[in-house]
Design a protein around this ligand. Structure first.
Ligand code: IVH
Length: 705
């Protein structure tokens, strides 16, 4: 597609003649938009992320603004939604279901507010009209219209093209929280509009079941909600756990009359219908903007997905005066959040090797701005994931970065896959040492089994010096790599005997810096035994197990000499760790390293740490995301050394979830669903110091009221 450079709407000049390329461009854009409309509205299977679709519509809008003679009544800029499918009977909406205009940033929101004010000044004659706005979350789901006659649900319909929708009455009966019969001051007839959605936890659980059954994962909760709602068999819809928020009253006969939109919500709720609790009435655009900003930052605190905020004029008489365009009301606007999904090219799939030899495939992407940052790399976890997603170098892929969560490749855009694009296969050789990459039976991951692999070697030494292990200040990844390359060290045992003077004069190694490193390595000799055990890189042994082992056997010599059964008998140690520990000490190679550490005079005696008050006894604290003051291992050690446990997942038994940068979305959602307290880093420090949860408060600062 050829792109014309267009002048923005504000400083446009309308030319007399329409160049051929402009007409061709408009036709091409309409073709593409109609194609995507059909996929989205009729098949519930969009190929491209919403943000890419919005960009196409925006391009068309700009061209039509520049060449108004090209605007036609059937242009997608003038119509709503897409065609209906033949599966469901048609329902003519007694009041058309309109769409909303979008504001993509603050400036567009402001411009909408100014246009609104100008119209009100012209209509009402007051130079400074005071406008009240109702701000609602823009739920990312499917629009629905539900009609009750004498309190009984008689019909439910999708939006369709806005004029005629599809009859999905039987499917809608199963929505969680939606009554078949209204309560309270029941009107003769009422039409309610709202958004059907799938809660994130329900979506995750559905995908877990898909994976267990070896089936393809669903892409996102919105498409899944749409697909679930439009099932031929209403029992399938019922099994999908869909919910609803009601956001608008359509027709009303024989009920109370209203002057303000905000008052209709109390009425809707009094009838027993679900109304979102975050709705606020605000005066002036400054507060509206603050509300939008708040939810842009906190959208992931919610157990369902939102993609923006809908801002509506509260005064219903004013709405009448403001009127509608062919497609959308002038009295409302959708403030859209920046996209969390974009499409881009998957340039290649490469493999990185970790300290245990684990080979992790990752996507090399044409960098794309998504979820607030530019993403060029994204992990693909293992071969199973690559195969399940069937992404291939050369594919256009959808990249998702939700909040601070690690970027993810969702899947390929199959419609854009070039013919004969070969399936990606896992490399047979390690990219670092050339040794074989093997996948043992029952293992999801491939491993490089060459213990001399430079990637593993540096990874092990770096881990030894990390904060949760021997905490050696100044022994970061780059330095370890340099020391290995210089031949100064080849394993952790060499750290205590290497010739620091060889570093003097190198870039970044003045006398002070070398002295600091020497002192840091020296100081690490006295670290507790549990830290040393963590630093040894024993498979399956994390900080909790290391502490139990140090406490249980009291000395490295005893641990080395113990049998599998003796180790497995220690409280907190299972058979897998016990097996792994004995295998570690049985290896000649490891015996050589341990001998060097022993000769270097390291502390080999437990207990692992000075006695710490057991203020967390009986508590189960889950940590997710990166904390500023503690590595993950340190945080776990801080918990276990105080008598608590730190499991990897949230359950009913979890006392609190500590949330750092980039937390796991499913842990957060589960914690919110179960009502488990969520702590930030300050709250965690307080808990460690006192054993008490900080005074209850919402994790999110409150939006303006
Ligand atoms: S009001 C004429 N309110 O967003 C007013 N829509 O992009 C029509 N949506 O078709 C809609 N949350 O499916 C409204 N609180 C909310 C909404 C909402 C989600 C959806 C709805 C609509 C689309 C427009």
């Amino acid at each position: 597609m050829r792109t014309l450079s267009v002048v923005t709407a504000n400083d446009q000049q309308i030319p007399d003649e329409v160049p051929d390329e402009a007409a061709a461009e408009v036709a091409a854009l309409r073709g593409q938009i109609e194609h995507h409309n059909r996929l989205y509205h009729q098949l519930d299977a969009p190929e491209i992320p919403d943000a890419d679709y919005d960009a196409l519509v925006r391009q068309l809008n700009e061209l039509e603004a520049l060449f108004p003679s090209l605007v036609t009544a059937d242009s997608p800029t003038q119509t709503v939604g897409g065609p209906r499918s033949a599966t469901f009977a048609p329902v003519v909406h007694r009041v058309p279901m309109m769409s909303l205009d979008n504001a993509m940033d603050r400036a567009e929101l402001q411009a909408w507010g100014e246009r609104l004010e100008r119209r009100l000044v012209a209509e009402e004659g007051d130079d400074h009209p005071q406008v009240e706005f109702v701000c609602e979350l823009k739920i990312d789901g499917v629009a629905i219209s539900i009609t009750y006659v004498d309190g009984v649900m008689v019909q439910a319909a999708t939006r369709g093209d806005g004029r005629v929708g599809e009859d999905v009455t039987e499917n809608v009966r199963s929505l969680t929280g939606l009554p078949d019969r209204l309560t309270g001051d029941v009107p003769a007839r009422i039409e309610i509009r709202g958004e059907v959605y799938m809660p994130i936890a329900t979506f995750d659980a559905l995908n877990e079941r898909q994976e267990e059954a070896g089936l393809r994962r669903y892409v996102n909760p919105r498409n899944t909600a749409a697909g679930s709602l439009r099932q031929k068999d209403a029992a399938v819809t019922a099994s999908r756990g869909l919910h609803l928020w009601c956001y608008q009253m359509g027709e009303l006969e024989g009920g109370p009359s209203f002057e303000r939109h905000a008052d209709t919500f109390d009425y809707i709720a009094s009838l027993g219908l679900p109304v979102n609790p975050e709705i606020r009435t605000l005066s002036g655009l400054d507060d509206v903007e603050a509300f939008c900003r708040h939810w842009q930052e906190h959208r992931h605190d919610l157990p369902y997905e939102i993609d923006g905020v809908v801002v509506k004029v509260d005064d219903l008489a004013r709405r009448q005066r403001l009127g509608v365009t062919s497609k959308a009301p002038r009295w409302a606007i959708a403030f859209k959040f920046p996209p969390e999904e974009r499409s881009t090219t998957l340039i290649d799939i490469e493999v990185s090797i970790g300290r245990t030899g684990k080979a992790t495939p990752f996507a090399v992407l044409d960098p794309v701005f998504v979820g607030g940052s530019t993403v060029g790399l994204a992990t693909l976890h293992n071969q199973i994931q690559v195969a399940a997603k069937d992404v291939r170098p050369g594919d256009t892929v959808i990249v998702r970065k939700a909040g601070d969560v690690i970027p993810e490749v969702v899947g390929p855009v199959l419609a854009e896959r070039p013919d004969d694009l070969p399936v990606w296969t896992f490399p047979t050789d390690c990219p670092r040492c050339g040794g074989p990459l093997v996948r043992l039976d029952g293992e999801g991951h491939h491993f490089c089994t060459n213990l001399d692999c430079p990637a593993q070697r540096t990874g092990r030494i770096e881990h030894f010096g990390s904060r949760g292990a021997m905490d050696i200040e100044g022994l970061g990844e780059q330095r370890v790599q340099l020391f290995v390359d210089m031949g100064l060290i080849s394993d952790i045992g060499d750290l205590y005997s290497f010739d620091f003077d060889q570093l003097l004069g190198r870039d970044g190694f003045g006398a002070t810096s070398v002295e600091n490193l020497r002192a840091a390595i020296d100081a690490s000799r006295d670290r507790p035994l549990a830290n040393l055990l963590v630093g040894l890189n024993i498979g399956h042994l994390g900080p909790t197990g290391a502490r139990a082992l140090a406490d249980g056997l009291g000395h490295l010599d005893a641990i080395e000499a113990a049998s599998v059964d003796e180790i497995a008998a220690i409280d907190g140690i299972g058979p897998t760790i016990a097996q792994s520990v004995t295998e570690f000490f049985a290896s000649e190679r490891n015996q050589v390293v341990v001998a060097k550490l022993r000769a270097a005079g390291l502390n080999l005696e437990g207990p692992a740490a000075p006695e710490v008050p057991q203020v967390l006894a009986g508590m189960s604290i889950v940590v997710t995301g990166t904390l500023e003051g503690h590595s993950r291992e340190e945080a776990e050690l801080a918990i276990t050394s105080r008598g608590g446990t730190s499991p990897g997942s949230v359950s009913k038994r979890t006392t609190a979830v500590v949330v750092g940068e980039g937390p796991g979305a499913s842990k957060l959602t589960k914690a919110t669903d179960l009502g488990v307290p969520i702590l930030d880093e300050a709250g965690f420090e307080h808990l460690l110091a006192t054993g008490e949860l900080p005074a209850a408060e919402s994790p999110a600062e409150s939006p303006p009221t």
